[in-house]
Design a protein. Structure first.
Length: 278
């Protein structure tokens, strides 16, 4: 029966999420139970695409990504895929009528990773939208249970949150992205000339996104607010840690939030959400 295959597919996406991202998994655990599998399904899909462009160096990545895109769109149309990750993803897409243009934009950003190493302002904005903002919008479709008015009201805030998360990732991984993949995402940045001034300009931009995102988090349904707020304060903590360091330090090592602070962040998010203090 397909019911059992769907259950197994959902479990596969959950396993992928928990093994690739402990911080994201913490956030999902704070969502109401009916929402969790759908966010696992979205993350599993995103992670699989990301692996194609970042990890499968021994294979023809372009060919794999084209095949992945075709299989993704077919799975949504047919409402089934023999790939468990795609099968779970299509369940969520079809359950919440997630806009196909979001998925196409996401896959286009993955294609950009295969061909682009440096970005101008336009390319940077396009990449941020496709790689991060649309993921926030997919999740938002689940959070508002397909309510178009709520979705439209919260859309700019969800985009700001996705943008903030991605830019923090870029700043944290600036050394690794350049040395391992030859990529520099921030426009007009030369790694060998990177300075505190450059870092401050990037941080000012990220802060604007965080400030806008918090306004939207306060408006989210309680069923998802705690989980989104947990992810928000985790990234804020990571961002503050990066901001406190001079530019040369983030070029030396990848900055992390310790497990101890992750637990404190979880407790803070739990109590602030429980007592409506967000």
């Amino acid at each position: 029966m397909k019911y059992f295959f769907d259950l197994i597919s959902n479990k596969c996406s959950e396993v992928v999420t928990k093994n690739y991202s402990t911080s994201f998994s913490f956030g999902i655990s704070f969502l109401n139970k009916p929402l969790r599998k759908h966010i696992y399904n979205i993350y599993g899909f995103v992670r699989l695409a990301d692996e194609i462009v970042d990890s499968f160096h021994e294979y023809d990545k372009e060919k794999l990504l084209i095949q992945f895109k075709e299989e993704t769109l077919l799975s949504i149309e047919n409402k089934i895929s023999l790939n468990p990750i795609l099968n779970s993803f299509q369940q969520t897409v079809n359950s919440y009528n997630i806009d196909l243009s979001l998925i196409v934009s996401f896959l286009k950003s993955m294609e950009m990773d295969l061909i682009k190493k440096k970005y101008n302002e336009k390319g940077y904005d396009e990449y941020i939208y496709g790689s991060a903002e649309v993921v926030g919008l997919m999740c938002l479709s689940v959070f508002v249970d397909g309510n178009k008015k709520k979705y439209d009201d919260l859309k700019p805030f969800a985009m700001s949150l996705g943008s903030a998360f991605q830019k923090v990732n870029f700043l944290r991984d600036i050394k690794d992205d350049f040395e391992t993949r030859g990529r520099v995402y921030f426009p007009h940045i030369e790694i060998n000339k990177f300075s505190d001034k450059d870092k401050t300009l990037i941080e000012d931009d990220i802060k604007k996104d965080f400030d806008a995102a918090l306004l939207g988090i306060k408006k989210l349904p309680k069923s998802c607010r705690g989980g989104v707020y947990l992810a928000y304060i985790y990234y804020c903590k990571l961002f503050r840690k990066i901001s406190s360091l001079p530019y040369d330090k983030i070029l030396q090592k990848r900055i992390r939030v310790s497990n101890f602070y992750k637990m404190l962040i979880m407790l803070k998010a739990y109590f602030k959400n429980k007592f409506n203090l967000i």
